[in-house]
Design a protein around this ligand. Structure first.
Ligand code: TRP
Length: 331
């Protein structure tokens, strides 16, 4: 059993933003030097909410754009395995087999499921079966590689908890087969969107893309909400309630005490402060963007990386399925 194998995934959401970077991708890059890492595009998971809608037509392109970000950020296919979930059908097989021993009640109680149902506003009769099974598929993703660690954000911890329960039950019924996956939490800063209110997210359109041009970055930053009580240039600002300030801590940390001083004494206005922030973001992502532009010219290479990744992944996954078939009494 691989002692230190990590699996994680992201649904294909297209170009990533600052929240995705600091919440996950930056950590993924670091982990590839410490563990055996498998990172996948969770395209089947995307179908749990998109199936049959217009949005499915963008899955392929969103996958491509997201993987460009992964590579430009430093995920290295020589160090980790990068692949698309649907190209390794063993995930689907294992999910289906695990569903035989997973009580429905567990799935209906997952907080993210209840949340989703509220968002979709569907009555229970019409909920897709696949949406209820989301955590079963996610468990299969992890354990088909017998991975024991899953880097996730705090909001995903209930999914890991239920994975552990699914694994315990399987092991009890069929004999010790899978390790119980552990969440690997990183304390990453919460990144708020340009509205200064909600978590940065593409669906709220309050995001700044990593791959944005310098001009696009500046114009997004210009729209950021700052201290709402600071109406005039001569009003002192309150950095502790200002989202621009919280981003300054990340992007211009070396000047942070000076920025604090200038803001609280009305020595600098929000417009100039934002200009400084977008300069900080632009210089932080300068090399990322240069690498990305080079990668954009080689779409075939991205396909190759993902294909080779899926081949490597399948070697491990098919062995697991063989073992599970035999333990479950299948031919
Ligand atoms: N549910 C995760 C998300 O929404 C994506 C995901 C799918 C995942 N399978 C996974 C994450 C397995 C960790 C491990 O972002």
């Amino acid at each position: 059993m691989a002692e230190n194998r990590i699996l994680s995934g992201m649904r294909p959401s297209g170009r990533l933003h600052l929240g995705n970077y600091f919440g996950a991708l930056k950590n993924w890059v670091k982990l590839q030097d410490e563990y055996e890492c498998m990172y996948m595009v969770a395209d089947v998971h995307a179908l749990t909410t998109l199936a049959g809608s217009d949005q499915v037509s963008t899955i392929a392109n969103d996958t491509h754009e997201m993987v460009l970000d992964w590579l430009a950020a430093g995920l290295n296919p020589e160090k980790c395995v990068l692949f698309i979930q649907s190209q390794v059908p063993e995930h689907l097989i294992l999910s289906s087999l695990l569903s035989m021993s997973t009580p429905l009640g567990w799935l209906l109680r997952v907080p993210t499921f209840k949340e989703r149902v509220r968002q979709l506003g569907e009555d229970e009769e019409h909920l897709p079966y696949g949406l209820v099974g989301y955590p079963v598929l996610q468990t299969a993703d992890v354990i088909v590689y017998k991975a024991n660690k899953v880097p996730v954000g705090i909001d995903q911890v209930p999914h890991i908890e239920i994975s552990r329960e699914i694994v315990r039950r399987f092991n009890r019924l069929y004999g010790e087969t899978f390790p119980e996956p552990q969440p690997l939490l990183t304390d990453s800063p919460m990144i708020y969107g340009t509205d200064g209110e909600s978590k940065m997210s593409k669906s709220l359109n309050n995001h700044v893309e990593l791959a944005a041009s310098e001009e696009q970055t500046s114009s997004k930053v210009r729209t950021m909400v700052t201290d709402p009580q600071r109406l005039r240039l001569t009003d002192p600002g309150r950095p502790e309630v200002c989202n621009v300030y919280s981003l300054q801590k990340i992007f211009n940390n070396s000047q942070i005490s000076n920025i604090h001083e200038l803001c609280t004494t009305a020595g600098i206005g929000c417009v100039a402060d934002k200009k400084n922030l977008s300069d900080g973001i632009n210089s932080f992502f300068k090399e990322f963007r240069e690498r990305r532009i080079k990668l954009e010219e080689k779409p075939e290479e991205i396909k190759e990386v993902l294909k080779a990744g899926a081949e490597k992944a399948r070697k491990i996954a098919t062995a697991t399925i063989e073992e599970v078939y035999s333990k479950m009494g299948l031919a």
